[in-house]
Every structure is written in structure tokens, then in C-alpha cells.
Ligand binder design. Structure first.
Ligand code: NAD
Length: 472
């Protein structure tokens, strides 16, 4: 399914980059109407081919719920494009700012300019949304784009390449396919900006490669995102929402709640509520049509060994659905209690349908636990008390937060999306995405009556008087 031979893929990548660079030099600044046209093409691509896209992702996963693909990939991709299309004219407008009083009557403004050719590297877990979302931002900002899907979703990658070829000129958007060798070469291309979504380890490699060209990077990485439940919060509600956040795409979601922190003494009740929630969502357990598979056997083995490591070190492993594993690589939703930091499950990002739970005595202890660890991509807090919510918002740092639910902050195009420290750098979505892919150029428009003439050499009495005023 991967193209030809690696050498041909590399040559093609270089040609594509030159082609887009030259096209950018010829037409550096598409109008708002042209940008809306590109966003429209993206909407049509998504709408006309939704069924084929879902089928390709299903085949790559060995089972991906068709509803999940429509709800969590096609819909947010369309929303991102529609949101940008409706606002791009406004986002593009130069921003008038106030000139420093010493320079009056000069005027200043921020002019928005496309950066050029963008490289977008997508992971396998949401192969469409994590390519189409950044693409919508980059197109709104007037750029040209080369997308690089993951080698773990080869059918989807081939389809995307075909669709992009049908809906866009190669000078505007193109898809590069290949294995790890191409991925490495991709990060070495002197793009004007790279947006990478993927693991923290590979993010580091991408940044290292981009540093050679001083290519700016936006890194959308992962990590262990906690879900904290306040004392007194209804466990049924918390369990249902945490379990859903954990089970969508079988937990292979960058912002899935990784582990839960519960008030001491509530663990057993939480497990029972989680079991009931799984029964409601997935009546046939891991075999349910709405429950997705693990992407490949390497990840399946990794997850099984994380659970085994915890079991061997004394944790209790509780499968939440009857019937064990489903067909293929489907792993039952699982809770692990009695965990400690010596277990791998509390050290590595899980990225699967396994939820370790820990307990805390008071909120400060839970916040201390989170604060002592790498800054997470997302944090979930369940509390109906505004004081508690404000405390958690003030005393924790994470990429984003959903209060009293999970995942949904990602679907807000008015909010910046991005991690902090090891969970990422930079933001996109909505206007923040437009800004990421835009050069915001500061411009001063000097006036014919420029007062700066009064401060030119040879400096005399007037300059002396003025400087005294200025240095007061
Ligand atoms: P990955 O880092 O293995 O791969 C991501 C992409 O990088 C793929 O396209 C891959 O081909 C490419 N790649 C691999 N080696 C490379 C190299 N040396 N140079 C350049 N590119 C290279 O990640 P994955 O396994 O596909 O995805 C899972 C990880 O991604 C998880 O850690 C998850 O949390 C994270 N993630 C983050 C976000 C986010 O928006 N923050 C979204 C999805 C996934």
C-alpha cells in the first residue's frame, strides 16, 4: 500500500516542496474568497467521501466503529473548515494598534500574511481529523500544505492521497506517503512551519530535525491526562463520563483520561458504576459494533504487558465487560485498582481502554500528585462547586481542561488547542490555528509630519529639552 520504493517517495517529496514553494512565490497572498474556496473544497472532500473514509479507517484498525469515525473525525473536520470559512475574512484583516505617543502621528498595524509551505505530520489514532483539522487552519491562513499520514493507516493514507489529488491542485495541497525513512526526511524539509501530532519521543526528533532549518514547530503531543473526582460528586455521573472518554476509539485518544484520582473510600462504588456504564454503552462487551479495535498487534501486546506488569506487582485487574476480548484486537474495558508508581501503567501514557485508579485524602494531595508529574495534555475535574473548580484551574497546569465531562474542549473551535511542555507547544484550532500558520507582521506607517525629525543629529537645544522630557 505504501508508494513505490522509498527513494522515489523521497524524490517526489522534494519535487512537491519545490513545486509548492515556487507557486507560493508566484501567488503569495490568496484573497479571502480564494481561501473560502479551498475550505469549501475540503468540506466537499469530507462530505462526498465520508463512507469511503470510514471504510478505509475501519480496515486499517481491523474494526473502527463507523459512528466513531463520523462523530469524532468527519464531523469535527467539517466543523473546523466551516468555522474557518465563516470567519477567515475577519481574521485576515490588518489589526490597527496604537502607535507609541512619541511617534504620533505615525500609525501602526499588524498585517497578516501566509507563511508559505506547511508540513503537517499526522498520527494513526485519528488519521483524518488530525490531518484535516490542521489543514483547515493552514488553508484559512492562505498557505500551501504537504500532509504526511502515519504508516500505520496505509489504506486511509492511500485514499487521502487520491482524494486530495481530486479536490486540490498539487501546488496547494498534496500528500506524501512512506515509511519511517520518509517520515524522517519529511521533518528535514525546510518547511515554513511544521505541525506535528504524535508521541513526545518522536516530537523531540521532529524538533531536532526542524532546528537545522530553524523551521518553527507546533508539537501536539501526548502524556498522562488525569481525571480528578471531587468528594461528594455523584460517582454514577463521573464514572459514566470517564469511562466514555476512555472507551471511545478504545482509549487511543491523545486527550483520553489516562488515570482517575478518586476520594478515598469511593473506589468500589466507582468500579460498580463503571461496570454499569460499560454495560449500557457496549451491551455485547468488547464485541460490540460500537467498540473499536487496537490499531495493531504491537500496541495490543504493549497494552497487555502494561496490565500484566501491574498484576504481577500486586494490582487488581477488573474487566468491566463480560466475555473478555472481542474478535480481532479488541481489548475489554478494564479498571486497575491498587496501583503504585512502580508500575509501568502509572509511568507511561496508556493509550488504550485501561483505567488505573488511585485515591486521595484531600484535594491538595490530588493536585500535588498531578503537579509533581509532567504537564498533561488534558485535565478533567468533576465538581459542582465553583470554588473547587477555580482552585483546580489555578493550581494545575495542562494543555486544556473539561470540567464535569471529558474530551469536549477539543471540539471548541473558539478555544486554543495544544499541550504545555512535554505534552506539546503551540496551539491551533479556530483563530489560534490561523495565527499559528500566519506571519503577523508589525508595520509602522510614518506620517509626513513625523515628529522624529526633531531628534536628528546634530543634536541641539531642542533635542536636549525633548530628551529631558522623554527620560523623566
Ligand atoms: P508517533 O509519534 O509514533 O507518529 C506520529 C507521526 O510521526 C507518524 O506520521 C509517523 O510516521 C511520524 N514519524 C515517526 N517517526 C518520525 C521521525 N523520526 N520524524 C518525523 N516523523 C516521524 O505517534 P503515533 O503512535 O502515531 O500516535 C500516538 C501518540 O500521538 C500518542 O502519544 C498520542 O498521545 C499522541 N497524539 C497527540 C495528539 C495531540 O493532538 N496532542 C493527537 C493524537 C495523538
Amino acid at each position: 500500500m505504501l508508494p513505490q520504493d522509498p527513494a522515489a517517495a523521497l524524490t517526489e517529496l522534494r519535487e512537491l516542496f519545490d513545486l509548492q514553494r515556487n507557486a507560493f512565490a508566484r501567488e503569495p497572498s490568496p484573497s479571502a474568497g480564494e481561501r473560502r474556496g479551498h475550505l469549501d473544497a475540503l468540506c466537499r472532500l469530507l462530505r462526498d467521501n465520508a463512507g469511503e473514509i470510514a471504510a478505509a479507517i475501519d480496515a486499517d484498525f481491523g474494526h473502527r466503529s463507523l459512528y466513531e469515525t463520523r462523530l469524532l473525525e468527519i464531523f469535527p473536520s467539517l466543523e473546523a473548515a466551516r468555522h474557518a470559512k465563516a470567519r477567515v475574512g475577519r481574521w485576515m484583516r490588518p489589526e490597527r494598534r496604537r502607535a507609541s505617543v512619541w511617534f504620533w502621528p505615525a500609525r501602526v498595524e499588524v498585517v497578516k500574511q501566509p507563511l508559505g509551505v506547511m508540513g503537517i505530520i499526522a498520527p494513526w489514532n485519528y488519521p483524518l481529523y488530525l490531518a484535516a483539522g490542521p489543514l483547515a487552519s493552514a488553508l484559512a491562513a492562505g498557505n500551501r500544505v504537504i500532509l504526511k499520514p502515519s504508516e500505520f493507516t496505509p489504506r486511509f493514507g492511500a485514499l487521502l492521497r487520491d482524494l486530495v489529488g481530486r479536490y486540490f491542485a498539487r501546488e496547494r495541497v498534496a500528500v506524501a506517503l512512506g515509511g519511517v525513512e520518509l517520515a524522517r526526511a519529511f521533518a528535514q524539509v525546510p518547511f515554513d512551519h511544521i505541525l506535528f501530532s504524535g508521541s513526545t519521543a518522536v516530537g523531540r526528533e521532529v524538533m531536532r530535525a526542524a532546528a537545522e532549518n530553524l523551521t518553527p514547530v507546533t508539537l501536539e503531543l501526548g502524556g498522562k491526562s488525569p481525571a480528578i473526582v471531587a468528594r461528594g460528586f455523584p460517582l454514577k455521573v463521573a464514572a459514566e463520563k470517564i469511562i466514555l472518554g476512555k472507551c471511545l476509539n478504545a482509549g487511543q485518544t491523545c486527550i483520553a483520561p489516562d488515570y482517575a484520582l478518586l476520594p478515598q473510600g469511593t473506589e468500589e462504588a466507582f468500579v460498580e458504576e463503571a461496570r454499569r456504564a460499560v454495560g449500557r454503552f457496549y451491551p455485547e462487551g468488547a464485541a460490540s459494533a460500537d467498540y473499536s479495535a487496537i490499531i495493531n498487534s504491537r500496541h495490543h501486546e504493549r497494552l497487555t504487558s502494561l496490565v500484566e506488569d501491574a498484576r504481577q506487582k500486586g494490582a487488581r485487574v477488573i474487566e468491566l465487560s463480560a466475555g473478555g476480548s472481542g474478535p480481532g484486537r479488541r481489548m475489554p474495558p478494564t479498571i486497575i485498582t491498587g496501583v503504585d508508581d512502580g508500575m509501568r501503567i502509572m509511568q507511561e501514557e496508556i493509550f488504550g481502554p485501561v483505567l488505573p485508579v488511585r485515591t486521595y485524602r484531600e484535594l491538595g494531595e490530588a493536585l500535588g500528585y498531578v503537579g509533581a508529574r509532567p504537564r498533561p495534555l488534558a485535565l478533567y475535574y468533576f465538581d459542582y462547586d465553583r470554588e473547587g473548580i477555580d482552585r483546580v484551574l489555578a493550581e494545575s497546569i495542562s494543555g486544556g481542561v473539561t470540567v464535569n465531562d471529558t474530551l469536549f474542549h477539543i471540539a471548541q473551535n473558539e478555544l486554543p488547542f495544544g499541550g504545555v511542555g512535554p505534552s506539546g507547544m503551540g496551539h491551533y484550532h479556530g483563530q489560534d490555528g490561523f495565527n499559528t500558520f500566519t506571519k503577523r507582521k508589525g508595520v509602522l506607517l510614518q506620517s509626513r509630519l513625523a515628529g522624529t525629525r526633531l531628534l536628528q543629529p546634530p543634536y541641539g537645544k531642542l533635542a536636549e529639552r525633548l530628551l529631558r522630557l522623554m527620560l523623566r
